[in-house]
Design a protein around this ligand. Sequence first.
Ligand SMILES: NC(=O)c1ccc[n+]([C@@H]2O[C@H](COP(=O)([O-])OP(=O)(O)OC[C@H]3O[C@@H](n4cnc5c(N)ncnc54)[C@H](OP(=O)(O)O)[C@@H]3O)[C@@H](O)[C@H]2O)c1
Length: 210
Amino acid sequence: MKLLIIGGTGKTGRQLIQQGLEQGYQLTVLARNPAKVKVGHSNLSVLKGNVLEPETLAEAFQGQDAVLSALGHKQFFIKTSILSRGTANIIKAMRNSGVNRLVCITSLGINDSRFRLGLYYTLFTIPLILFFYFRDKAKQEKLIMNSELNWTIVRPGQLFDGKKRMKYKLGPEVGHYILTKFVSRADVAHFMLQEVQQNDYLKKAVGITY
Ligand SMILES: NC(=O)c1ccc[n+]([C@@H]2O[C@H](COP(=O)([O-])OP(=O)(O)OC[C@H]3O[C@@H](n4cnc5c(N)ncnc54)[C@H](OP(=O)(O)O)[C@@H]3O)[C@@H](O)[C@H]2O)c1
């Protein structure tokens, strides 16, 4: 199966590459700076591209079976539309190249999972630090949900760089109104690679935490 990975130079994206290669997928990574992809493998190609520059996307999308997105950034506190604009361009590029399956990370706390990141996020982090980021993530989700794609939105709890346990809770009821629930980036990647094969959550937004 041929997969295009967006955000492969990030922390979750690196897990997608490592685990994807271990599982025998044929991977293409779209990266703003291809030199940041430190892995070399016969089943891995890296193409230069920026999701905010649609003209740089076409080649990477050609012939793919699915797209996995771990797109993110660190522009907190300020107004941003990187995720929604980037995702609109991803959806357009998928349409243009006939790729129909998208598995995309957003976050717990978005749209109908509001408040599920626990009280600390609900009362402090989201309103004071992540307000614009989360508003953009909500737009990103709506664009995906309103697309004609076979999409799965993956909403993790707080991420950390722990090991893969391959045991986690999944579903719309995941998360907690008071406590912040965690999940490792390795397990988020594990689930995304499983979901792209199994299609258990087609056209669904699924929370993931321990
Ligand atoms: N941290 C948490 O607790 C938490 C919880 C829930 C959900 N999430 C979400 O999970 C996702 C993954 O998180 P992470 O920590 O793995 O992210 P990350 O390490 O910040 O990686 C983000 C990736 O997106 C890429 N990217 C940014 N702008 C791009 C552009 N214009 N074109 C192409 N690629 C671009 C980055 O590329 P460069 O290397 O070029 O910058 C990088 O590869 C994010 O959406 C994050 O918000 C995080």
